[in-house]
Design a protein around this ligand. Sequence first.
Ligand code: F6R
Length: 243
Amino acid sequence: LEDAGVVADWAARFVLQRITQFAPGPGRHFVLGLPTGGTPLGMYRRLIDFYKEGRLSFKYVTTFNMDEYVGLPRDHPESYHYYMWNEFFKHVDIDPGNAHVLDGNAADLVGECRRFEELIAAAGGVHLFIGGIGPDGHIAFNEPGSSLVSRTRVKTLAYDTLEANKRFFGNDISKVPRQALTVGVGTVMDAKEVMILITGVHKSLALAKAVEEGVNHMWTVSAFQQHAQALFVCDEDATLELR
Ligand code: F6R
């Protein structure tokens, strides 16, 4: 697609279509997996528009977010709870009890990860998992080298990730959380359908590694070559390295 704006619009219309087609209702929820980051912001804005125009309701939608930092207060502007609430949830009619974000402040982090997997299973699995990737091909906090069958777990972040994220923490690396809770590659692979949004020239190498080379745990997003229904939604810039 032409640019990031068109990707956002396309992705939002895809979500609208999938939810509408499913026709959720009481006892019949559409289950959506969601990312944070810069890439999906435009899609969230379009989904909010659809809600305000009366074209889409989230009343019978259950969501699961990909990841969360460990130890950041919920109301910290960089926490993914804060992001999801401010960029999306508070603007639509989702029941907060159905909007699941991993709790990075849980006393038992391993138990929290297990609970999250159990909640996904109890919801009947994810219908559509939406993801974004990093320039190194990470999806959620599954950095290069993560197991392609990994489940939701505690991850100690790579130094490169801390470096990359310090701009969100006053450029002070000591303020960046060292750990995060994240769904595994296997968790996302279990979704019936996966849609990955990739925009910008800085992601072009990752897109090439994702689709033009073999499945490789050093580029975790390449795992989706083996998914029955995975869709990569890209802008022109992201395709620069494709053959
Ligand atoms: C988000 C996530 C990450 C981001 C990725 C890209 O929950 O898990 O995989 O999607 O880091 O981030 P942006 O969109 O900011 O380039």
